[in-house]
Design a protein around this ligand. Structure first.
Ligand SMILES: *Cc1c(COP(=O)(O)O)cnc(C)c1O
Length: 393
């Protein structure tokens, strides 16, 4: 056994943290060192012991099911399962281009936007390079950075919000990518377009700014933009989007990126030749066309997000100012009232929210906005929890 040491730059202190990892060197394939520093991504819980319906609001999926048109297109695609899909996702890129007024040549589709994030890292990060993201930023940035052999650099947030100056303070000659989820998951907070422009303007031109706009459709703020114009007008900005959230196609795995022409060419060199399934593409095109479904989902969220925020505050719980389809609820550090205890209590009522220890928020639970009844049930359960009711057996 041969202990190896890795340096991970982390946190506010500017100090390096050393981790000892024991690697067997005697025999067998040797994995690249960065891989061993990755904690595998743990998805939100979806099962509970016992029987009966579950209210699962742990993964920011839509509560409405996918559009009937998308489901029909997916089913129809079953007749072509024996054939490879169009490897260029042409029909889908054209549909996205038409919808948003973008050049389809600069759109790259992926098996979820997670794949796009991996592709960007593979293309632009390697050993010795650094990628910056924020303290409570989306966990996938860490995974894709380490998988590429590069070093994650964490910029502190201010009140659970990305802080442009703190990000800029972390830039070094080794910085290659800055990942910003806007809005961010799990905090729900966002940066206005002026702040994003200020960030971009202060980055060296060889640093790629990745704007992950997975929740863009839900945002109802005048100063928010997903980043299309910045991508169109600068050589070093990429915007990623997904069909997993507003379009209700998390199970179909379809995401996309709008890129500078050169970057889209690089991603097309390294991606798998058939990285998006035929059924996924067909469902995504149908979902884009179903504007009624989409606007109903947006309206539902716009109604229930503020209601939930208000109810949580009335229960004495902290909530961040979320603009997504979810809320970050924070619990006091009082025995019997903590987040982990709230989680156990809710699970005893067959309600699943998302624990956030691995996001560095042990006092928080993330709740996806659900259907009206689900939202009311969660609030009334939390009312009982706050009032000291015993958990159900
Ligand atoms: C859910 C989510 C995604 C979407 O990932 P897919 O691979 O497209 O399902 C991307 N970024 C953030 C911040 C998310 O929360």
């Amino acid at each position: 056994m041969n202990p190896m040491r890795f340096c991970l730059k982390e946190g506010n202190s500017g100090k390096s943290r050393f981790e000892e990892i024991t690697v067997t060197v005697a025999q067998g394939p040797q994995v690249r060192p960065g891989v061993l520093t990755i904690d595998p991504y743990v998805p939100g819980t979806s099962q509970l012991p016992g029987t009966g319906p579950i209210i699962k609001l742990s993964s920011n999926e839509t509560p409405h099911g996918s559009s009937p048109k998308a489901r029909q297109a997916y089913r129809q695609a079953a007749d072509k399962l024996d054939r490879y899909p169009d490897g260029s996702s042409t029909v889908l890129r054209n549909a996205i281009g038409a919808r948003f007024g973008l050049n389809p040549d600069r759109i790259v589709c992926g098996c979820g936007s997670d794949e796009i994030l991996h592709l960007l890292s593979q293309a632009y990060l390697g050993p010795g390079d650094e990628a910056i993201f924020t303290e409570h930023g989306f966990l996938v940035y860490r995974i894709v950075t380490l998988a590429a052999g590069a070093t994650p650099v964490i910029a502190p947030e201010t009140n659970f919000r990305a802080d442009v100056d703190a990000i800029l303070a972390k830039v070094t000659p080794s910085t290659r990518i800055v990942f910003v989820a806007n809005p961010n998951n799990p905090t729900g907070t966002y940066l206005g377009i002026d702040e994003i422009r200020r960030l971009h303007g202060a980055l060296p031109s060889n640093v790629l700014l990745v704007l992950d706009a997975a929740y863009a459709e839900y945002v109802k703020r005048n100063d928010y933009e997903a980043g299309i114009e910045l991508v169109a007008t600068t050589p070093n900005t990429v915007m990623t989007r997904t069909f997993s959230k507003i379009h209700g196609l998390a199970g179909a795995r379809v995401g996309w990126a709008y890129c500078p022409a050169e970057i889209s060419q690089m991603l097309n060199r390294i991606r798998g030749p058939f990285n998006v399934t035929g059924a996924g593409m067909a469902a995504a095109v149908a979902a884009l066309e179903d504007r009624t479904y989409e606007s109903q989902s947006v309206a539902h969220n716009a109604e229930w997000l503020p209601w939930l925020e208000q109810e949580m505050k009335a229960l004495g719980l902290d909530v961040t100012d979320s603009v997504g389809n979810f809320l970050l609820i924070r619990f006091p550090d009082t025995p019997g009232r903590r987040a982990a205890e709230a989680d156990a209590f809710l699970q005893s009522r067959r309600i699943i929210l998302r624990r956030l220890e691995n996001y560095g928020i042990p006092d928080g639970l993330r709740m996806t906005v659900g259907l009206a009844d689900e939202n009311r049930t969660v609030v009334s359960a939390l009312k009982d929890f706050v009032n000291g009711a015993a958990a159900d057996a």
